[in-house]
Design a protein around this ligand. Structure first.
Ligand code: ADP
Ligand code: MG
Length: 431
């Protein structure tokens, strides 16, 4: 029997069996709170911790609505889920498909993302789609080629909404919003909503229900957080030492640059540790392959840029290592949130060089943390701490601000060219 918890949310038998088949017994707090509200048609802004089942929190009610919407031929696109990365598009589409298992009515769920040729995605949608999970750029491409119409969309979801609302996506998001019906349900989900983004979000939503689900159990946190003081040049040796010392079956290592990703992955491979790099300049085939092999435990270590910081779910990911520190306090949360998911326990280890002390101090302060600096024998930090610089944190949760990718810069340039930065919230809805 499905736990009474799920049964009280207003979902149909078909979805309850899908949930059961998926192995979920109890709804997570965000699911309990969001599902009934979304079923009732309300706009929702949901802030809930990483790994708390946000995908099903919007996915279940969304699929419920589609299931009961009179069918048209060809299929009319009813729900659009936007995500910031290609990997996340594939993952969310797959999770939604899992939730439709056993449905009597087939629901066509398509993932749409760049980096792969557009034609197969176009062909796949010739019979129409009920749900599209997309990255903004490729979605616009398909819409502009006439392969997809957005006029019938009744529900828009922004997963990792704060990322989609930042300047890097502003222009594309604006173009998508212009093509969507003004009357629609909008759902915004993320683990972080900096104040600046909240006010942008407010203008996208109509009398939304705002859900802030705090950490479930502060007493027994699911992520053990450690900070190790180490010299910059010793980090690679220290990482190999930790990989030997701990029986972590799978480890996600974050570094700051694409080059560092390649370099470190190569070093680990040479040391006999099955490792792959993941960053935005690899071909999409290599990106997908690296992540798939990591998810399948064929490789032990994935060395990635912040590309992998958002939304990606790897079953039993045992540890996250911040080889280079994240630039913002929000990124810290998203990175370590790749582990300790769905009730599992995970470790996160941050390497803190002397020159990182003041920056890491701010990250700790933002999250009300105070981590003891461990010294590992043989790898003790010898560099002196730099005099404390004064950083001014901005309200976007950035301390240094997110590092702009090449794509972000191109997008911003395009945005400036088109009469200054557009306002992603300027829609004609509600008029
Ligand atoms: P988030 O988006 O909040 O970071 P995800 O939606 O990716 O989290 O879910 C994390 C994991 O938890 C996934 O493997 C998902 O299948 C699982 N999960 C979701 N809901 C439940 C539930 N009610 N019970 C158990 N596991 C769940
Ligand atoms: Mg998610």
């Amino acid at each position: 029997m499905v736990d009474v918890g799920f049964e009280s949310l207003g979902l149909s038998r078909e979805l309850l069996s899908a949930v059961k088949a998926r192995g979920y017994t109890d709804p997570t707090p965000i699911q309990s709170a969001a599902v009934p509200a979304i079923l009732s048609g309300r706009d929702v802004l949901a802030c809930a911790q990483t790994g708390s089942g946000k995908t099903a929190a919007f996915g279940l009610p969304l699929l419920e609505r589609i299931r009961t919407t009179p069918r048209e031929r060809p299929r009319r696109l009813l729900a659009l889920v936007l995500v910031p990365t290609r990997e996340l598009a594939a993952q969310v589409a797959e999770e939604l498909r899992q939730l439709t298992q056993g449905f009597t009515r087939s629901i066509a769920i398509h993932a749409v993302f760049g980096g792969v040729s557009v034609n197969p995605q176009r062909m796949a949608m010739r019979g129409g789609a009920d749900v599209v999970v997309a990255t903004p750029g490729r979605l616009l491409d398909l819409v502009e080629r006439g392969a997809l119409r957005l006029q019938g969309v009744t529900t828009l979801v922004l997963d990792e909404a704060d990322r989609l609302l930042d300047l890097g996506f502003a222009e594309e998001l604006q173009r998508i919003l212009e093509r969507l019906p003004a009357r629609r349900q909008s759902l915004l989900f993320s683990a972080t909503f900096p104040p600046k983004v909240r006010s942008l979000a407010d203008r996208l939503l109509t009398s939304p229900l705002k859900l802030d689900v705090p950490r479930v159990d502060i007493e027994t946190p699911s992520i053990e957080q450690r900070a190790i003081a180490v010299d910059g040049h010793a980090r690679s040796d220290l990482l190999r030492h930790l990989l030997r010392a701990h029986a972590w079956p799978s480890v996600l290592v974050f570094v700051a640059t694409k080059r560092a990703t390649e370099h470190l992955a190569e070093q680990l491979c040479r040391a006999g540790i099955a490792t792959a790099p993941l960053h935005g300049e690899l071909s999409q085939t290599s990106r997908s392959e690296a992540l798939a092999r990591f998810k399948a435990s064929e490789i032990r270590v994935l060395v990635a840029t912040d590309l992998a910081a958002r939304g990606i779910h790897v079953e039993e990911l045992s540890a996250v290592v911040n080889y280079d520190l994240p630039r913002s306090a929000n990124d810290y949360l998203h990175r370590i949130g790749r582990t300790g998911r769905a009730g599992n326990v995970g470790s996160s280890v941050s390497f803190v060089r002397a020159e990182d002390e003041s920056h890491f101090g701010l990250i700790e302060k933002r999250h009300a943390l105070s981590l003891a600096r461990e010294q590992i024998q043989g790898f003790e930090r010898t560099e002196a701490e730099a005099p404390r610089a004064i950083h001014v944190g901005d309200s976007s949760g950035g301390i240094k601000g997110r590092r702009k990718s090449k794509k972000d810069k191109l997008r911003e340039a395009a945005a400036r060219a088109a009469n200054g930065p557009p306002d992603p919230t300027k829609t004609d809805r509600g008029t």
